[in-house]
Every structure is written in structure tokens, then in C-alpha cells.
Design a protein around this ligand. Sequence first.
Ligand code: GTP
Ligand code: MG
Length: 322
Amino acid sequence: MFIDEIKFFAKAGHGGNGVVRWRREKFIDKGGPNGGDGGRGGDVYALAVNDIHLFSKYKHKKSFEGNDGEEGAGGSRHGKDGKDLIIELPVGSIITNIESGASVSLDKVGQKELLLKGGVGGYGNEQFKSSINVAPEKATNGKVGEQGNFKIELELFADVGLIGLPNAGKSSLLNAVTNAGAKIGSYQFTTLDPNLGDFFGHVIADIPGLIEGASEGKGLGTKFLKHIKRTRMLVHLVSLENEKPMEVYKQIRNELGTYDKTLLEKEEVIILTKTDVVNDEKKIEKVKKEFLKLKKPVFTLSLYDDESVKNLTDELVKLLRK
Ligand SMILES: Nc1nc2c(ncn2[C@@H]2O[C@H](COP(=O)(O)OP(=O)(O)OP(=O)(O)O)[C@@H](O)[C@H]2O)c(=O)[nH]1
Ligand SMILES: [Mg+2]
């Protein structure tokens, strides 16, 4: 089951305490103060990685705790800082601090965001030495680290989003042009989780099929519509197996628009799939002409025709370079 929202509590490390220590000197009971400061508590960071299925790993993890700083020591030794805690999250995560409402989006692999600051370490007694107080008994405790409850929502980031009715051939196309290895089946809703593939450095996302009423939650509904909000280009697959491809196309467009009007403004490429099933050049040309009136790039494709796959690949690369 694809999980695209999690919540957790996180806490940065506590600062280590400063200490009261004295230099040991011959014949002197108390030498000068040399208690060191405590170490800083470890910070908590989020790090964007390339793994959209990461949330399922955190399913049972309800809290993350940063490492505490260590106590200072004699000999002016500073306590060791707590190691920073780095929480890996998939690219496309939107992190919201539930208490403050502040939010940040992880847009590319390697992006690192500070979520919580560790507590500062306390001062050792050496810090309190002055001309009027040469033997301070004073040290301070480390401070608590910041803490908070977070909600993380995943909205996929992809250059291309493959859309269309179930069975249109979306996953088949993804597999033909990337090494995603998505599951393919001759039945509806084969794809239940999004698949991502690398297409010459561009990310293609294959999402579960959309059906009439998807915008109101039918089929797999809005759970996946949100994952095309942040794609740059939509590649809309319409199978020529359909009696009336244009009606199928409009039905999907209608669902997109009902869900979010801005989806309709995205750059769109149309692919008429499974030309081999029709096997009637004239009919295919007629359908293509009808689609070309939309003033968008239109391609015909059969996965049994290498030429059509190659042509599509080349043209798609060109469009993505623009
Ligand atoms: N004849 C023919 N069959 C195709 C072609 N492309 C895909 N198929 C078949 O169509 C069926 C559906 O393909 P999928 O790629 O799973 O379709 P999908 O759009 O991902 O479907 P969902 O995941 O259910 O939304 C499979 O049986 C494929 O083998 C094609 O070009 N020609
Ligand atoms: Mg599929």
C-alpha cells in the first residue's frame, strides 16, 4: 500500500551540562577552575532522497530523538556534541511543523533542511572565572533541544506524469522507455502505487489509472490526482481500443479540471496507444487528425512497433529539453 502521508514527533538533542572541576596542584587544595562546557545537543535534519516508498518504512515509527550532548569534564575539556539526526524523506515531501504551521518542501535529492535545533551546552566553572571570583562554584546545565510534531505529505515531483484510463498502456510505456520494471496487466488498476522511471535524466511518473468520477474519489480517485500537480508535463495516453477515443480523452480532462483547474494548463502530449489492435491505417489517421485539432503534440504508438517507440522517445526528449 502506497503511503503518502505520515506524522511523527521529533526532538533535538539536549545540551550537555557544564561542570565544576578544579585544577589539581601540589599543596593547593583547589587549583583554578577548569570545568569544561557541555556539548551541544544534536540537531534534527530532513534529507531528501530518491525513494518514494520510504514512508512505509516509517509506518510504525512515531518519534525521532536527537542525540544529547555530553557533559563537560575537568581539564577544560568540552563535552562531545550530540551527533545530528538526519531523517531521510522522499523528494516531493512537504514537511509541516504542526504547532507553528511552518512548512518546507523537499524539491531535489540532497536538499537538507534543519527541522529542530539541539540545545546548547551548559558552561563549566572555568567560564565564570574573573578577577573578583577566582574560584567560581558555578556551572550551568545544558538546555533542552527543540521539539515538535510534524506532518509530512508526499506530492511527487516528476518531469512527466503518465495519465489515462486504466489499461491505456501507461506502465507498458514506462517500461519500454525506462528500466522502471512496473507491473503490467491486461486488467484495470494493475498499478496501485506510482512508479517512477528515469528517462534520460528526466523523471517519468506512472500513476494508477483515472476513471470517470476520480475527482470525487471514484476508483483510486484523488489519492493519485494530487501526484500530478507538480509534474511539468502530462503525457496523456488514450487507447485506440476505445470506440470513441476523443470522448475518453475529454472524460479524463474533465476529471483533471474538476480536481484542480491548473492541471488543465499544464503542457500536454497525447499518445494514441495500441495502434496494432486497430490495424486500420485510415481509421488511425482519422482519429489522429481529430486530436491534432487540439493543437498539441499527438503521437501514435504500438509497443510491437519499435519504430513508433523510437520516434516517441526522440520527440519526447526534444520536448523535455525545451
Ligand atoms: N496490443 C497492445 N497491447 C498493449 C500495448 N501497450 C500495452 N498493451 C497491453 O495493455 C494492457 C494494459 O497495459 P498496462 O501498461 O498495464 O496499462 P496501464 O495503463 O498501466 O493500466 P493501469 O495500471 O491499470 O492503469 C497489458 O495487457 C499490455 O500488455 C500495445 O501497444 N499494443
Ligand atoms: Mg499501470
